[in-house]
Design a binder for this molecule. Structure first.
Ligand SMILES: [Zn+2]
Ligand SMILES: [Zn+2]
Ligand SMILES: [Zn+2]
Length: 410
């Protein structure tokens, strides 16, 4: 075999001889006792074209065999799985991640420049503890604002469907005689013009022209988010869709929501299938809202998250309601005289508030202070609102907190 010119520059000692591949959870499969075939320097890396230690395995019963596509250095430079080339932290395409984190590294893509770059990276990576990614990603901290979007886009667990066998080409032509025994999928192929069927490893690696990424990014722009209420004293979240009484216990809720900060009070309304989580600080409540909205799963149940709204506001809104609100919490009264009026904040005319809201599509949630929405208030509980069960708002439980903070937006 003749080697390409640039490969001559290599000292074979630089070739990696990895003990175990760098893989994402999905590619690894569900079985912890995995059998892998290891082929030392058995394959050329798709990106740097150097031989690397290749692995081949079947990630679970009925799954197709998987193999590593890029070498460990190339994988570390981008912090990606050696097989699917998705980001290891978020399980998302490089293009999506780099877009969210606003990074771009103009890696030299071929020839001596690329070889030189990869060699340098390799040296730099060897000097680290092996857990820090290289490239432009190394400059990005975990608290980067883009991380939030990535967390929302990310799958919360492995996605084994991606390991399914490829579609049987004989079946497509109506010629497969293997029937049940056929290891490939007997399914109608998706439209050949479907961009998803035209993926290219190198584009995926460099984060360019990746049809999957474009699809995910489009989804990201339509992704609903939960806007914190302007009233900074609100530190309570409503948690809905908890299912029949006993499904999710107070302890389950505590265990889940404690990760975002200290909980002052947690009240579960088993009959209503909802709960209110009152945090000691606004920061915790905001973090909990941001991180759990649209993605909180407790005991495999997707629960709904909304902001709670103080009593006075709720009362004000109720004057506008034509129908009685069916499922207001009854177990959690707060004496009216305790609803504070510091700085006159609770004395706004009723129309200064709209119901704590979720658009029918769960769009951006906002609490405007000045005018009721066109066409009047959305009435929680009516089918048009599409957020059944989430129309309950809970008075922030600690009156001393209300108005206690100086950062009230007026
Ligand atoms: Zn490589
Ligand atoms: Zn993978
Ligand atoms: Zn077949």
């Amino acid at each position: 075999m003749s080697m390409s010119k640039s490969s001559y520059n290599y000292n074979r000692k630089g070739w990696e001889d990895a003990e175990f591949p760098i893989l994402c959870e999905t590619c690894l499969g569900p079985n912890p006792y995995l059998r892998m075939q290891k082929d030392t320097y058995g394959k050329e890396c798709t990106i740097c074209e150097r031989p690397f230690t290749n692995f081949r395995w079947q990630p679970g019963k009925g799954a197709r065999f998987k193999t590593t596509e890029v070498c460990q250095t190339c994988s570390k430079i981008k912090n990606i799985c050696q097989t699917c080339l998705f980001d290891l932290e978020f399980g998302l395409p490089v293009q999506v991640r780099d877009h969210a984190l606003k990074i771009s590294d103009d890696l030299p893509r071929q020839g001596a420049n690329r070889d030189f770059f990869v060699q340098n990276q390799e040296r730099a990576l060897a000097a680290t503890d092996g857990t820090t990614p290289g490239g432009a990603l190394a400059t990005v901290g975990a608290d980067h604002p883009g991380s939030e979007m990535l967390r929302r886009l990310a799958r919360t667990g492995p996605y084994y469907k991606r390991n399914a066998p490829h579609i049987c080409s004989f079946f497509v032509k109506g010629e497969c005689k293997r029937g049940e025994e056929c290891p490939y999928r007997h399914e109608k192929p998706s439209d050949p013009d479907d961009p998803l069927s035209q993926q290219n490893m190198r584009d995926r690696y460099y984060g360019a022209k990746d049809p999957v990424a474009e699809k995910i990014l489009n989804r990201a722009t339509a992704l609903p988010s939960l806007q914190p209420p302007e009233d900074a004293t609100i530190t309570t979240l409503y948690v809905g869709n908890l299912g029949p009484a006993g499904t999710i216990t107070e302890k389950d809720l505590n265990d889940y929501f404690y990760q975002y900060g200290d909980i002052r009070h947690l009240s579960l309304l088993p009959q209503k299938g909802c709960a209110f989580v009152n945090y000691t600080t606004r920061e915790s409540a905001e973090m909990a809202a941001e991180r759990s909205f649209n993605r909180a799963h407790i005991k495999n149940r997707k629960v709904t998250i909304r902001w709670g709204v103080p009593h006075a506001q709720r009362q004000a809104q109720s004057e506008y309601r034509v129908n009685p609100v069916p499922n207001l919490p009854t177990a959690l009264p707060i004496p009216d005289e305790l609803v504070p009026t510091k700085r006159g904040r609770m004395e706004f005319a009723p129309r200064d508030f709209m119901p704590p809201p979720a658009g029918p599509s769960g769009g951006i949630l906002k609490v405007p202070r000045l005018a009721p929405p066109m066409g009047g208030y959305d009435q929680p509980g009516t089918s048009s609102s599409g957020y059944e069960g989430s129309s309950i708002y809970y008075p922030s439980q600690d009156p001393e907190r209300l108005g206690a903070k100086g950062d009230v937006i007026d």
